[in-house]
Design a protein around this ligand. Sequence first.
Ligand code: ADP
Ligand code: MG
Ligand code: MG
Length: 251
Amino acid sequence: MLEITNLHAEIESEGREILRGLDLVVKPGEIHAIMGPNGAGKSTLSHVLAGKPGYLVTEGTATLDGVDLLGLDPAARAAAGVFLAFQYPVEIPGVGNVTFLKAALNAQRRARGEGEISTPDFMRLLRGAAGRLEISQDMLKRPVNVGFSGGEKKRNEILQMAILQPKLCILDETDSGLDIDALKVVAEGVNGLRSPDRAFVVITHYQRLLDHIVPDFVHVLAKGRIVKSGGPELALELEAKGYADFAEEAA
Ligand code: ADP
Ligand code: MG
Ligand code: MG
């Protein structure tokens, strides 16, 4: 599904290389966790895959079901099925959450040559997903993420995911700043979206999220590359030993 080969990327304004030859293959139905020290390039990887401006890919490829993602604009990547849940979800003053979700879904459907969803169908979809994620009517009516707590913003990211039904879901530190109850709601939301034709890349600094979203593979990202891969036990090893060894390996 996702195939990343020798990906090199730099911060456009500084010409500083952050990703330094990253390789990753993710198959449908799989959950891959990416862990690593702060500043390793985890968010940069998610931003580069989603097409956030400000990064320059200098070498390598990233394809989704054979489609060159790096050649698409961010909207086309979303239509192709890529969804990024941001580490720091953005607030959109003046745009109601429901309006935003419906517009996002319809933009995706138009880009795929499908008709717009009917209001009753949309409301049914929204009510189901919001209920599972314990998202209140009040949160749905407010402008996107404005005045939301950290936990509410993260749940709202998962709600967007549940509405857009992406092929590839990238979660960038969706656990950061969450208490254990919010973490469980987010994890259950993600687990409810698991399917044989959907894959997840879960970026996290800490192991505890992976008690609730159990990955098939765990990778260590250090200094811009994957320096070690293993199963869920690798996350426990990292929790016990920290990242110091792996930072050395990459150097
Ligand atoms: P991680 O998510 O693993 O903590 P990041 O990908 O956020 O790491 O950052 C990797 C490096 O790139 C850091 O040194 C960070 O300061 C730098 N960086 C990331 N984005 C930008 C940006 N937009 N402008 C300048 N530096 C950036
Ligand atoms: Mg960080
Ligand atoms: Mg980050």
